[in-house]
Design a binder for this molecule. Sequence first.
Ligand SMILES: [Zn+2]
Ligand SMILES: [Zn+2]
Length: 258
Amino acid sequence: MRFCCLASGSEGNSTLVESISNGIAQRILIDCGLSLSLLKEKLFSRGLSPGDINGVFVTHEHQDHCKGIVPLVKSVEVPVFMTYGTFLANREIRKNLSPVFLSPFKGIKFKGLEVNPIPVPHDARESVALKVEDSSFKLGVLTDVGTITKNIRDALDDVDALILEFNYDDSLLSQSKYPEALKRRISSRQGHLSNSSALKFAENFLQRKRKALVAAHLSSRNNSHNVVTNLLNKLCCEKEIVLLIADQNDGTPWINLD
Ligand SMILES: [Zn+2]
Ligand SMILES: [Zn+2]
């Protein structure tokens, strides 16, 4: 299995996962919060096109995760998977798509992969984190999460790689010009994950042998690459592990788990 973030942050999120099944490469997108033209650009730069995507799994209805889904499905026929709550909450999707519904904790088998949805607290109707596994590796995608529950910790305990939200730095958020109500929403249990909470989770996560940790969904106003780089540098981990920050524009390079 290999994966890369195509984009990550409040302007749009999308992660590409590729696995070889019976000699054939299968690719899924997790979220598609990019315009179709931007998605095409990002896929082309990796030698791919929208027709190479076999399925799209959606974590929740926010536009930074959904904006490009209907245009993508209109341009190439591709199955879309999401919870019923996400379907109900996004008008454009409700009007245009007939997705396959995901049920929390019920893994769904698709093209040699198994995808497991894990409910997460976030200000959305029925948000999920996703665990994607093939016959060899497991990847967790956990962003847009206000607080990490025991269910999330347990479900992601055995993943080889994790994309983890590092949304905001506490002091940058409190000093920012955001309205107080928005600050409260971001930092609430239904909001986003702070650097300090993410770091705590990462410290625990890295006590076992892992292959990669990607810091993702950094706020452009209330966080910075420098701050997160300093945090990642503090983590005790083995030399071979891939530690990266996913960028809004550049995402990440391919990360091979094999
Ligand atoms: Zn988001
Ligand atoms: Zn969200």
